[in-house]
Design a protein around this ligand. Structure first.
Ligand code: GLA
Ligand code: GLA
Length: 681
């Protein structure tokens, strides 16, 4: 179950230790005098740290000039860490180009849609398509890989850092050139491009490839397919950079796994990670909590989605925070218990490593108010004690390492192309939020205590009895076929508003919405009915809809109406429908019901599949359940979502983490996590 590559991360480069969950942080020793390094290693041992990511922002230190190299300090850091029994996830250090490079080659700096240059002074100021940047970055990768290829501390390679965090969209002349090449490869001929982009509209017909530009600041709405292709291209351009670095690493160290840290979290959508996942040896993710009413649901949702991107295999939590960050408008400290609960929630969803940004809180620089494992107050602090306590908990969970996600009855389809396409401009509403809609379905399922897996397009849908596809806006013919087959073969598909509307070129499927899924759903919509902000309509099952309504006509008596509109212009017409097809069914929800509304509707949508909560009634909503499975057993994670103690009766199994009361019920203190092991079946 554990691949050789993962094994290196879980057992250390020597491979002799028993597998365990990895624990650690980004480690930036270059910010500190030499005498702090010894203390760092000692405290890492005290905290149970097993791995650190080193060198992420060290380019200027490693290569102080075009032809000068300074590896002495890094040699020493690598040796010290190895002597302390700590593995190194070594960065390729290409994330932030040094001043000498941007001074000599300002043509590597990214340009915004408005034509503004992003100047050096922060980080990640490089064009993904700059040949000059690429050449310098790859030279650095080759030097570092050559130097440390046999170092016993090396357990993995960390390519760049959060590719696309600040530079995903670059509109420079380099980008324009690369975009044209990408378009030639996609379309072959200008005729095909003109068709796909619908350039008959607004006199946009291209007669030469050189006329094509990125969607720079324009007089009105830029061509939608041009915008969409620019998103696809921009994600591919960064992927191409990832692959270029990886190729050098694989050539020099074929036995060392390569990763790069994804950013699956609220607000990040430029990188098509499901498409990148196959390019690396294991998936890593960074996640930061955005405080708010659904913040821990969002954490669970993101971790779950990473697991989907990793096809259910274990992944690495490469960064999160021990407490506050520095980049939100108000940076809230975590409450007692949050640090462990947040970390273990990632483990519950398949993380085999829990790492933080960063090891020691910086005294200077933009992130000096960002928390770390060793805070400004030093090791004599509640925070460091909580860090060491989490290290001990992760040790107790060693048998979990390498186990995979056990499929849940419910899947939620998360489709990157629909995400991109549904939120473009000049649509029926600008208020649509793809990720929020998916998160609301997830929150409603959590509230009902029903386990659900986030899955990405292309995954095996047949693993789930129920598949919810919120705002599946872009449905190419092949996907429509897959969904139809899914329902005919016994799956219960649930689709929402603004789904099945366009094909892969963002051309509308004609003849009545949702063109691609009209027959499957047994409905026809002649006109959309988006609602103004603050407006809502009532349904006859007492739920309320916002954002969107549809004027639905059902095809025939084989389409059941589960709820009608009670108010608004569509009063009396269908709002939620279901049509049986083959052994399964296809349901349509035409409005945005929000978490409470979905919670009330969902039991009716789950019922034909016979799906309900696996938790006893008193734990539903207050406890989140996840299941991982591996050679060492089936692992049940029960996460207390509340600030109260919750008791869960009737759950047998060996308690790896947590406690039972005298009656045998599991006792989950506020925000606590219990982990059970049952025999592998
Ligand atoms: C203006 C323009 C039209 C069209 C409409 C859309 O009137 O002249 O071409 O764009 O707006 O409302
Ligand atoms: C990102 C980066 C880190 C750091 C953190 C702060 O995740 O990768 O270098 O800036 O954000 O939250």
């Amino acid at each position: 179950m554990i691949s050789t590559l993962q094994s290196r991360m879980l057992r250390g480069a020597d491979g002799d230790a028993a597998p365990r969950l990895a624990y650690g942080a980004d480690y930036n020793p270059e910010q500190w005098p030499r005498d702090v390094w010894e203390e760092d290693v000692r405290l890492m041992q005290e905290a149970g740290v097993t791995v650190v990511s080193v060198g992420i922002f060290s380019w200027a230190r490693i290569q102080p000039g075009p032809d000068t190299w300074d590896f002495g300090w890094l040699d020493e850091v690598m040796d010290l860490l190895h002597a302390g029994g700590i593995g190194v996830d070594l960065a390729t250090a290409t994330a932030s180009p040094p001043p000498w490079l941007t001074t000599a080659h300002p043509e590597i700096l990214p340009v915004t849609a408005n034509g503004e240059t992003l100047w050096p002074g922060a980080r990640q100021h490089w064009r993904p398509t700059s040949p000059v940047f690429r050449e310098h970055a790859l030279r650095l990768v080759r030097e570092i890989a050559g130097r440390y290829k046999d170092h016993p501390a090396l357990v993995a390679w960390h390519v760049s850092n959060e590719l696309g965090c600040h530079n995903v969209y670059d509109y420079s002349d380099d980008a324009a050139r690369a975009f044209r090449l990408w378009l030639r490869a996609r379309y072959g001929t200008l005729d095909a491009l003109n068709h796909a982009w619908g350039t008959a509209f607004w006199s946009q017909r291209y007669s030469d490839w050189e006329q094509i530009l990125p969607p720079r600041l324009a007089a009105s709405h830029p061509n939608p397919t041009q915008q969409l292709d620019f998103k696809r291209f921009s994600s591919d351009a960064l992927k191409d950079h990832l692959v270029a670095e990886r190729e050098i690493l694989r050539e020099i160290t074929p036995g060392v796994p390569v990763t790069t840290n994804f950013m699956v979290m609220g607000g990040t959508k430029g990188m098509n990670y499901p498409d990148w996942a196959g390019e690396i040896d294991f998936v890593s993710n960074d996640h930061y909590v955005h405080p708010g009413p659904q913040d821990r649901d969002e954490l669970s949702f993101s971790a779950n989605l990473v697991s989907g991107i990793a096809s259910g295999r274990p992944w690495f939590l490469m960064e999160h925070s021990t407490s506050a960050v520095n980049w939100q408008s108000v940076n809230v400290a975590k409450r007692p218990g949050d640090l462990a609960r947040d970390s273990l929630l990632h483990v519950a969803h398949g993380a085999d490593a829990v790492c933080f940004f960063q090891w020691r809180q910086s005294a200077a620089g933009a992130e000096k108010y960002h928390s770390a494992m060793v805070p400004h107050a030093g090791a004599d602090s509640d925070l460091f004690r909580a860090v060491a306590d989490l290290g001990a908990k992760l040790k107790a969970l060693a048998p979990v390492a390498g186990s995979e996600r056990e499929a849940a009855a419910v899947g939620i389809l998360y489709d990157w192309e629909s995400w991109w396409a549904s939120e473009q401009d000049s649509h029926p509403t600008s208020l649509l939020d793809y990720r929020q809609e998916a998160l609301d379905w997830y929150s409603a399922l959590l509230a009902l205590g029903v386990r659900a897996d986030l899955v990405t397009t292309g995954a095996d849908l047949s693993r789930h009895q129920v598949l919810v596809a919120p705002v599946l806006h872009m449905v190419p013919a092949g996907l429509a076929k897959d969904l139809t087959r899914y329902a005919e073969q016994g799956g219960h598909l649930v689709i929402t508003y603004f789904s099945g509307v366009v094909d892969e070129n963002d051309h509308v499927w004609l003849g009545g919405y949702p063109g691609a899924l009209r027959d499957l759903l047994g409905i026809r919509i002649e006109e959309f009915g988006p609602l103004l902000a603050g407006e809502s309509v009532e349904l006859d099952d007492s739920t309320r809809g916002t954002l969107w309504t549809d004027r639905i006509t059902v095809a025939d008596g084989a389409t059941d109406v589960l709820a009608h509109y009670r108010s608004g212009v569509h009063a009396g017409r269908p709002a939620v429908t279901r049509r049986s097809t083959g052994d399964g069914s296809a349901s349509y929800v035409s409005t945005r019901l929000g978490v409470d509304g979905l919670r009330s509707l969902l039991p009716r949508l789950l019922e034909p599949a016979g799906v309900s909560s696996e938790l006893p009634s008193q734990a539903r909503g207050s406890v989140e359940l996840t299941v991982r499975r591996g050679p060492e057993g089936r692992f049940l994670f029960l996460v207390n979502r509340t600030d109260e103690t919750v008791r869960v009766p009737g759950f047998d199994g060996e308690v790896l983490l947590g406690a039972r009361d005298a009656e045998g019920s599991l006792v989950l203190g506020p925000r606590e996590v219990v982990v059970l092991r049952r025999p592998a079946v």
